[in-house]
Design a protein. Structure first.
Length: 165
């Protein structure tokens, strides 16, 4: 899809990443386009899966979730079903907000959000450790978050000479 994005699409994406509630009229005005063109572009970006979701981002501390833990998980075996079974298991836990497969000595990196260390300890012993195939879990608790964004960098998309409609 990236080859089909022009400067108007990229501008729309940049503005929507900052505030998805921006009215289409204001979006069009900021981008020097018409409301109908911007609306069609947004619909196309949604239809093509470039815009996956439109969500509210909550302040985790203000809702009582003060601890972020990064857990590195090493599996016993890499049999055909072991890794997919682990992924299915962790997808059921609302505390796990990210799960990445890694190359190297660790198989998975999980980002886990909980209210406090005791809550993580309970999750660790009752939910995460008993998953079949887990050999080792190494947990690190985040202290301070210096970068906190959901905006993806889009500079690499400006290489195209395409002109907006």
């Amino acid at each position: 899809m990236t080859e089909n994005l022009d400067s108007l699409d990229i501008g729309i994406l940049e503005l929507l990443q900052k505030d998805v509630t921006i009215p289409v009229t204001e979006l069009a005005e900021k981008l020097g386009s018409s409301k109908s063109v911007c609306w069609r572009r947004i619909q196309r970006l949604i239809d093509n899966g470039v815009i996956k979701e439109r969500v509210a981002i909550l302040d985790q501390k203000k809702i009582g979730l003060g601890v972020t833990v990064f857990a590195q998980v090493k599996m016993h075996h890499h049999t055909k079903g072991a890794l997919p079974d682990f992924v299915k298991a962790v997808q059921k836990f609302p505390q796990v907000i990210e799960c990445h497969t890694l190359m190297g000595s660790v198989d998975f990196l999980l980002k886990i959000i909980v209210k406090d260390i005791e809550d993580y300890e309970r999750f660790f012993w009752q939910d995460l450790s008993p998953i079949e195939g887990v050999q080792e879990i190494s947990s690190s608790t985040a202290l301070t978050r210096f970068v906190d964004t959901t905006s993806l960098p889009l500079d690499h998309l400006y290489h195209s000479d395409k002109q907006p409609e």
